[in-house]
Design a protein. Structure first.
Length: 528
């Protein structure tokens, strides 16, 4: 008998159909992967199982969990079920955790809500749950707060909360999207171990085909609220029938055509750059310590080149990026753009700063939602001594929007009116509007669906060819770096441990850390 069985599920929110005739099942000890683009209905399917639906949602069909008819239960009965019979792991651990409560208290709270036990016993069981997710108390005291942990460690706390009561079903909704490749591999291995140890069923929701194909026993592919294909993994990938399934797999390995000519002249030169931070005193009268985040990093980025920078969280990528942008002063070495220093004395060089722009990971979070697109796109004008006004300003905004595949009329809209891919196009338009020579792309496609990601990579390649742009592509997604960059830098513990032509680094890595990164990346099955 199936642990979870969904049969002919329809879901409407208001008058809008969200799910249509969705059927799937999860057995004890089985991992079922649900994949599809944003808006495909995969998360809404999970929320229907948890009955965490928005107001006005109407579900029809059958959802049975461990013998319980979910759609007929009252709210008190559902509250008893959530966390007890079914646990959920969300994509962003920092928003799933309470920043002002310790990790021990948050895991213990899950137990106290569902069982009549003392606070001491709940904390003891929280200690056990955290140890099971490889956060032992001797290294990670229960009194720690979420901000004191790394992204991967925070995700382990969220998993500990989900499994504290040993539920029969675990729902993991994009649990590794924001994690670097080695941390991602560790979290996936942890989830698989917990499923096997407890005999849980797991519903794994993801837009990353490679992640799901490495983990799942069965694959369900969704599009526009419907299941278009399903089958055992990896057999399904050798027998895909639906055109959408085939296009989804093809988009995962898409490599954009790039024809830009790389010049020999360095555009960006980073020479022996160092950056340290003070750490707290270990004793009352002791001297503050120092943590060296960037340790004598040197590299060149040539005109027209796309350069990749990869490494784990905490390796120094973000610190180095801030230094290049003139946002954080270095304590040694030099950074030159087109032969001019990024810093003049202790201040960023304004003339140099206007020659480079940045595109961030989260396009929605990098915009003020109260402003229209025209105001958002022209924000970099503050770097110009004489920014355009009137018709010249309007013309610059329209040119920037049309260059990224949007329309001039989009300038009158607000950011919430666009999809994730369109928002990232607006972010690129904002970076282009003052015609920079260098664009830094900080995880610019890591949160996008594979088909949208392929479109953005094509756009970046076209813009590079059209405007002669150079890119510094910072990413933990090795598959993206491999198809979009000419050369690749590998960073570990503040140092560049390997660099060279991208394909050479990937096909013949020399440093043990590079080999470890590549080995940790999930493999995508071949399309038959």
């Amino acid at each position: 008998m199936s642990l979870l069985r969904i049969e002919k599920l329809d879901l409407d929110i208001g008058k809008r159909p969200i799910l249509r005739d969705v059927s799937l099942s999860v057995d004890p000890g089985q991992i079922v992967g649900v994949i599809g683009e944003s808006g495909s209905g995969k998360s809404m399917t999970a929320f229907t199982v948890m009955q965490l639906l928005p107001e006005g949602a109407v579900a029809r069909g059958s959802v049975t969990l461990d013998g319980h008819d979910i759609l007929t239960l009252s709210e008190p009965e559902l509250c008893a079920l959530r966390g007890n019979k079914v646990g959920m792991v969300f994509q962003e651990p920092m928003t799933a955790l309470n920043p002002i409560r310790s990790i021990g208290d948050q895991v213990a709270e899950t137990i106290l809500i569902h069982e009549r036990v003392s606070k001491t016993e709940a904390l003891n069981r929280a200690r056990e749950a955290l140890a099971r997710v490889e956060l032992p108390e001797d290294r990670f005291p229960l009194t720690r707060y979420p901000h004191e942990l790394s992204g991967g460690q925070r995700q382990r706390v969220v998993i500990a909360m989900a499994i504290a009561l040993r539920p029969k079903l675990l729902i993991a909704d994009e649990p590794t999207t924001a994690l670097d490749v080695t941390t991602q591999a560790q979290i996936l291995k942890l989830l698989e171990r917990l499923v096997r140890e407890d005999g849980m069923g797991m519903l794994m929701i993801s837009h990353d085909l490679a992640v799901v194909s490495d983990l799942a026993d069965e694959i369900v592919i969704m599009r526009s609220g419907e299941v278009v294909e399903r089958g055992p993994c990896p057999v399904i990938f050798s027998a895909l029938q639906h055109p959408y399934s085939i296009s989804l797999l093809a988009a995962s390995t898409h490599a954009p055509d790039r024809s830009v000519q790389v010049e020999d002249t360095p555009l960006l030169r980073v020479s022996e750059v160092r950056r340290s931070y003070r750490t707290p005193r270990k004793t009352l009268f002791g001297k503050p310590g120092a943590f060296e985040a960037v340790k004598g990093v040197s590299f060149d980025l040539k005109k027209g080149e796309s350069l990749g920078l990869v490494g784990e969280s905490g390796c120094g990528k973000s610190t180095l990026t801030r230094a290049i942008l003139g946002l954080e002063e270095v304590q040694g070495g030099e950074i030159l753009l087109a032969g001019e220093p990024v810093f003049t004395g202790h201040s960023p060089n304004r003339d140099v700063r206007r020659k480079m722009q940045v595109v961030f990971q989260d396009p929605y979070g990098s915009f003020n939602p109260r402003h229209r697109v025209d105001r958002l796109v022209c924000e970099p004008f503050h770097l110009l001594d004489t920014p355009p006004t009137g018709k010249a300003r309007d013309r610059a905004i329209e040119e920037a929007l049309t260059s990224v595949g949007l329309t001039a009329a989009d300038r009158y809209k607000y950011i919430h009116e666009f999809s994730g891919g369109q928002r990232q196009r607006i972010a690129i338009a904002r970076a282009l509007i003052i015609k920079p020579e260098l664009i830094l792309l900080d995880e610019a496609v890591s949160a996008l669906d594979v088909q949208v990601r392929a479109q953005i990579l094509d756009l970046l390649a076209d813009l590079s060819d059209q405007f002669g742009l150079s890119y510094l592509f910072i990413s933990h997604d090795l598959s993206v770096v491999r198809v979009i960059t000419d050369r690749c830098l590998v960073m570990k513990a503040g140092e560049i441990v390997e660099q060279g032509p991208t394909e050479q680094v990937f096909s013949n890595p020399q440093h043990p850390y590079t080999r470890e990164l590549i080995a940790a990346a999930p493999d995508l099955p071949e399309l038959a």
